[in-house]
Design a protein around this ligand. Sequence first.
Ligand code: 5GP
Length: 207
Amino acid sequence: MNSQTADKRGLLVVLTGPSGVGKNSIIEALRADDPSLFHSVSMTTRDPRKGETDGVSYHFASKERFQALVDAGEILEFDMYCGAYYGTPKAPITEKTEHGTDVLLDLTVKGALEIKKNDPGAVLIFVAAPSEKALRDRLLARGTESPERIEQRLNTARDELNQIQYFDYLVVNNNVEEARADIQAIIRAEKRRITRLFVDGSEPDSV
Ligand code: 5GP
């Protein structure tokens, strides 16, 4: 008799870390290796950067539309970051996880903690830069923000780092391939958690 009841829902894997740390490159590398991973496209009220496409990088929206979706309960979590709103549309996440698809989210600390509160099985990974200098250099090289905005983002990064104790894992992005391998290892380990394999107090079949 099969007494084993595994949790078949997809994992919610949240990547949080300072602006410019390379979360997008890591997500691209993860998806290149495993295209079944779903990356949630967030909604934001900030202006698109050069090269960003609506519906791919973000769903770009006015403050009014964003607020209307929050009021309608269609946003899973949201945060205000450097003067703009960012939020996760709820429907695609529910649909994917219920069908067993693992979902990658790229969120602020507040967003990550909100996700964990609603779903304690969510896995929170903090992605850090090797040093503040490396982060500043990356933001400067990206050339998408003014010097004032870069300072604002670095200040936010320091605040976020102070909340690292609420996260499950730390990955330092020395290079994308290593960070990708670390996160793949985390996902593999998380799927073997006893609490995920035997839900409802069921027992293992094998000895
Ligand atoms: P950026 O403007 O650089 O694209 O993103 C700024 C910050 O917003 C990043 O730290 C990113 O992780 C965060 N972010 C992006 N989408 C969301 C979201 O849907 N919710 C929350 N809480 N943060 C998000």
